[in-house]
Design a protein around this ligand. Structure first.
Ligand code: HEC
Length: 289
């Protein structure tokens, strides 16, 4: 046998496994009211809302070192949005990075972080999404400088999307809930964790911020001298509720968007205060960078 055959076959087998992992059986009783709280904790899924609305209409430009991506319409419009998708299809796009036609999403959509979102939160979030007024905004193709982008996205998922078994129900309180929210719902690291050359999160520097990324300077939010070591939990909760820094300055840009929500959509400000306290408590426990 050709000596290359073994690695090639192994890779092919891996690809097959990665593509055919069966979707989980989701509960069918999503609660839109609870889903709004999940959406609030997820920063209102704000990348999908243009500055002047409508909520979820997509088309927001997301600049990356690999090109310009446009967020998609996640309202209930049956043609332009996801109104005709089944819950399983929405779950696939959210947690597994797979679209209904079997293609793999670009990791600009942080499915690799949402992968750990609890089933309960996923179905409630989907129920909330289904309440968004349909918007007719058509999706725009990404302007990506990659050859065979869909194949590249598939390899990215294979290499960098950890295989996660999400819980049925999220931890209900405390530091463990804070960790769950930071890692899988509020995804602080999607903006605050630096990335490697393939755009993959640099886990060794989790939440350490960066001097210069696509969002400009993003601060270190670990409990170190360069980070938020001198903040107490009250300072962090206050920031997540009203964007106010301990020195009375305000955060701007993307951070302000995920806090306030965009165009009337929910943001961290609308999340239960106990959840923001759990996030603050967890952030005190991460390794200082
Ligand atoms: C969509 C991107 C994004 C997400 C998601 C995000 N942040 Fe931020 N965050 C930023 C940016 C950008 C800034 C800088 C804002 C500025 O300079 O005014 C920032 C600023 C901050 C600051 C201010 C720190 C300082 O020293 O000034 C804190 C604290 C913070 N974020 C915590 C969090 C936490 C906790 C989460 C998750 C619950 C989170 N962020 C999620 C982008 C994000």
């Amino acid at each position: 046998m050709n000596p290359l055959a073994i690695p090639v076959l192994a890779l092919a087998a891996l690809l097959v496994v990665a593509c055919t992992a069966p979707p989980r059986q989701l509960p069918s009783d999503g609660d839109a009211e609870r889903g709004r709280a999940v959406a609030a904790l997820a920063g209102g899924c704000g990348c999908h809302t243009p500055e002047h609305g409508p909520v979820g209409a997509g088309g927001v430009e997301i600049e990356t070192p690999f090109g310009v991506f446009y967020s998609t319409n996640i309202t209930g419009d049956p043609d332009a949005g996801i109104g005709a998708w089944t819950d399983d299809e929405i779950e696939g796009a959210l947690r597994r990075g797979v679209l209904a036609d079997g293609s793999v999403e670009s990791p600009v959509m942080p499915y690799h972080l949402y992968a750990g979102m609890a089933d309960r939160d996923v179905v409630d979030l989907i129920a909330w999404l289904r309440t968004l007024p349909p918007a007719e905004t058509k999706n725009r193709p990404h302007e990506v400088g990659l050859p065979l982008p869909r194949t590249a996205f598939r390899f990215w998922r294979l290499l960098f999307a950890p295989s996660v078994t999400p819980p049925g129900v999220a931890p209900d309180s405390g530091v463990e809930r804070g960790r769950y929210l930071v890692e899988h719902v509020s995804i602080c690291g999607d903006c605050h964790t630096p990335r490697g050359v393939f755009g993959e999160p640099d886990h060794a520097m989790a939440l350490a911020g960066m001097a210069d990324g696509p969002l400009g300077e993003v601060p270190n939010v670990t409990p170190s001298e360069d980070g938020v070591g001198d903040w107490d939990e009250f300072d962090m909760v206050a920031l997540l509720q009203d964007g106010m820094l301990p020195d009375m300055d305000n955060v701007q840009g993307k951070m302000a968007e995920v806090i306030d929500g965009i165009a009337g959509g929910p943001g961290y400000v609308d999340a239960p205060e106990s959840d923001l306290q759990d996030i603050a408590a967890y952030l005190r426990t991460v390794p200082p960078k």
